[in-house]
Write a protein that binds this ligand. Structure first.
Ligand code: NAD
Ligand code: MG
Length: 390
């Protein structure tokens, strides 16, 4: 029986995770659930899964949850970052689903890594921000890091398990990272200037949280994933080629020196990579129906257009610059996406906020997590200044 903590239980990935867990009551039990502020949803999850702990992002939400649950339940309610880190690293936990969105997920994800847990990584921002330090922490503790992002999970499935971080040894020529292209794939530059948050969040293939939906629309999601792939598979951006594949059925591919290309296919449903990570190396029912290739008929591929979608280029450049640049990129992107969702800036201003912030915040070595958190704060302040000037 695996005991699981789900960080970000009320989110899109959290709900898909609990859906898979619900199908296998003899295999998984829930140790802790965490959420930001949705008290009623969290209360319903606590009643169903009876976790030992529930963590809310702040004291106010934690009090509200305690009041709703009353004192008869089996669940103890905690609050804030210390509570998140406690349930991520607790002795009784074996598996942690890291599905908080954004930089807020880094401290608890790191706590799980440092405690040597099996970490199911959905929260790509945590790895993008802290790259080498994060991977060093994984190596030091012996934590089992399994990618949940559908592309990285696909690549992971197409590689020999012992050579996931030794691509030359495995005979890999390239990684082919697929991308849907998002809802604005065929929009002109002029059309992009007037798109709304609602249009950006209406992804053609995937149902996801708001932040990653906007990231998919700007292609920043693919930029973050390029960086994520470099860290997870110990490779360079030159070895990773982004392929726009609007059907989102091939979740990524690995091109080997003998000319073989291995791909992982499936419906665009995150329960597949989640079930793969939860049960690895076993296979379990994820509740996902079989692919009907006859109904699909055709697959298409295009090159990404970096002129209309500069975020992909900005991410690649930030990774090449190294040090704290990816943390600055990530922080500026979070500020810009939030401002776009609140209709303070236009869609096409998002890359401008990021480029301006990268040019103003001095780079430097990412020599400690404190440095990363400090740069994250500084970049948010600089990006917020740009918004005032927008
Ligand atoms: P979401 O917005 O639906 O859910 C986010 C979760 O994080 C919620 O439970 C929320 O309560 C919690 N949260 C937000 N801010 C918090 C804070 N400050 N402190 C504590 N908790 C907080 O997002 P999502 O779509 O589920 O994505 C989660 C992560 O998984 C992101 O990093 C995303 O990039 C990644 N991811 C998502 C998908 C997908 O299909 N949704 C696919 C691949 C990767
Ligand atoms: Mg993805």
């Amino acid at each position: 029986m695996r005991k699981v903590t789900v960080l970000g239980a009320t989110g899109s990935i959290g709900q898909s995770t609990l859906d898979v867990i619900r199908r296998h009551p003899g295999r998984f039990s829930v140790y802790a659930l965490t959420a930001s502020s949705r008290v009623e949803e969290m209360a319903a999850l606590c009643r169903e899964f009876q976790p030992r702990f529930a963590v809310m992002a702040n004291e106010q939400a934690a009090h509200a949850l305690s009041a709703v649950l009353g004192d008869r339940g089996a669940t103890e309610v905690l609050a804030g970052e210390s509570g998140l880190c406690e349930v991520a690293g607790a002795d009784d936990v074996d598996t942690v689903m890291a599905a908080i969105v954004g930089a807020a997920g880094l401290p608890p994800t790191l706590a799980a890594v440092r405690a040597g847990k099996r970490v199911l990584l959905a929260n790509k921002e945590a790895l993008v921000m802290s790259g080498q330090l994060f991977m060093d922490a994984v190596a030091a503790s012996g934590s089992e890091l399994l990618p949940i992002d559908s592309e990285h999970n696909a690549i992971f499935q197409c590689l020999p398990p012992a050579q996931v971080r030794d691509l030359p040894g495995a005979g890999v020529r390239r990684i082919l990272l697929t991308a849907s292209g998002g809802p604005f794939r065929t929009h002109s530059q002029e059309e992009l200037a007037t798109v709304t948050p609602a249009q950006a969040c209406a992804h053609p293939n995937w149902s996801m949280g708001q932040k990653i939906s906007v990231d998919s629309a700007t292609l920043m999601n693919k930029g973050l994933e390029l960086i994520e792939a470099c860290w997870l598979f110990n490779t360079r951006p030159e070895q990773v080629e982004v392929h726009i594949h609007p059907e989102s059925i091939i979740h990524s591919m690995v091109d080997y020196v003998d000319g073989s290309v291995l791909a992982q296919l499936g419906s665009p449903d995150m329960r597949t990579p989640i079930a793969n990570g939860l049960a690895w190396p076993d296979r379990i029912d994820a509740g996902v129906p079989s692919l009907d290739l006859f109904a699909l008929g055709r697959f298409h591929f295009e090159r990404p257009d970096l002129a209309r979608f500069p975020c992909l280029r900005l991410a690649s450049e930030a990774f090449s610059a190294g040090g704290t640049a990816p943390a600055v990129l990530n922080a500026a992107n979070e500020v810009a996406v939030d401002a776009f969702l609140k209709r303070k800036i236009r869609f096409i201003d998002i890359p401008s906020v990021i480029e301006d912030t990268l040019s103003r915040v001095a780079g430097g070595p990412a020599d400690s997590f404190d440095t990363i958190f400090e740069k994250d704060r500084e970049a948010r302040a600089v990006a917020a200044e740009y918004l005032v000037r927008c």
